[in-house]
Design a protein around this ligand. Structure first.
Ligand code: C2E
Ligand code: CA
Ligand code: CA
Length: 297
């Protein structure tokens, strides 16, 4: 059929195009139905990336990052399946599981690893979750279930999601802030937040997007934007975390600028939970200035 169609169109290229399109649509449908089963099949897991104190290069907490080990396709990264989860609404049960599991895991480290006693737990949250009526209860339940101090919980919401949800229930934000948890604005600099908006959200942290950190040391504009964010954050009393730090040059630039916290492959890639306690122990046992080798997948 495709061949006949292509011939009448006067070439082969349209036939190839049609077949590819169909293949993609089928692949997407498969992923969608497989994602529905992924939770029950225990195919979802979390990896943890440390958030570091820039001055001491010691961790202050972990961000939980979702992974999907598909039975046939192997590891699928969140950028591929989170959009599907958001469109289908599957992000609601998946997101509730992420919250519960991440808080449980970080609290376990807080209890069992001395160096982790005051660690924070950062969890990514989609817009779809944030506007769900029962979201504050889900957060509260996860906190109670884990026994973690609510002040150690940071929900990360991207700047663009916040801008896209003008009717974000004010009640949700009030209830979350009454719980005592912190809100972090993720990928900061990629949207166009106004300062008043940040204040209204009662955000506690902004995370400077990786694209600005990447430019440090090469493009002077990178430093300029970070300086602007720092100025704003200072006057609003917000903590700043720089994302995607990969080199010593970037680290020393961040130090010079006065950024307090950072994350990146320079210290560690996101790691599965099992090696985390020994990674932490090696850090505290190491002599000053000596670094553990970054975790390699
Ligand atoms: P994000 O929240 O901005 O997470 C940071 C991403 O940057 C992670 O990718 C992390 O592995 C990567 N990264 C960290 N340090 C470096 C570095 O030094 N260099 C480079 N090149 N990359 C670095 P990942 O794990 O693939 O996650 C991608 C995005 O998926 C996240 O971006 C977040 O928006 C979303 N995501 C992940 N887990 C969840 C989740 O549980 N729920 C929701 N709603 N979204 C999630
Ligand atoms: Ca994040
Ligand atoms: Ca980010």
């Amino acid at each position: 059929m495709y061949k006949a169609k292509a011939k009448s169109a006067g070439g082969d290229s349209s036939a190839v195009y049609d077949v590819r399109m169909t293949g993609r649509a089928v692949g997407r449908l498969d992923l969608e139905s497989d994602l529905r089963l992924a939770l029950g099949r225990n195919e979802l897991s979390l990896e943890y990336q440390p958030i570091m104190d820039v001055a001491t290069e010691m961790p202050v907490g972990f961000e939980a990052l979702l992974r999907w080990r598909h039975r046939d396709q192997g590891l699928i990264m969140p950028d591929t399946f989170i959009p599907i989860a958001e469109e289908t609404g599957l992000i609601l049960p998946i997101g509730a599981w992420v919250l519960r599991e991440a808080l449980r895991q970080v609290q376990e480290w807080r209890r069992s690893v001395p160096a982790a006693e005051n660690f924070s737990a950062a969890v990514n949250v989609s817009g779809r979750q944030l506007v769900a009526k029962d979201f504050p209860e889900i957060v509260e339940e996860a906190i109670l279930f884990s026994g973690i101090d609510p002040a150690a919980v940071h929900l990360e919401v991207t700047e663009t999601v916040l801008m896209d949800q003008p009717d974000l229930p004010k009640e949700t934000l009030q209830r979350l802030s009454r719980l005592g948890i912190g809100l972090s604005i993720d990928d900061f600099g990629t949207g166009y937040s106004s300062l008043s908006y940040l204040k209204w959200l009662s955000a506690r942290t902004v995370k400077i997007d990786r694209t600005f950190v990447e430019e440090l040391g090469s493009d002077p504009h990178g430093a300029t934007i970070i300086e602007l964010v720092l100025g704003m954050a200072g006057s609003l009393n917000l903590d700043v975390i720089a994302e995607g730090v990969e080199s010593k040059v970037q680290l020393s630039e961040l130090r010079r600028l006065g950024v307090r916290h950072a994350q990146g492959f320079l210290w560690s890639k996101p790691m599965p939970p099992a090696p985390v306690p020994s990674w932490l122990t090696a850090l505290t046992a190491g002599s000053p200035g000596q670094e553990p080798s970054p975790h390699v997948r």
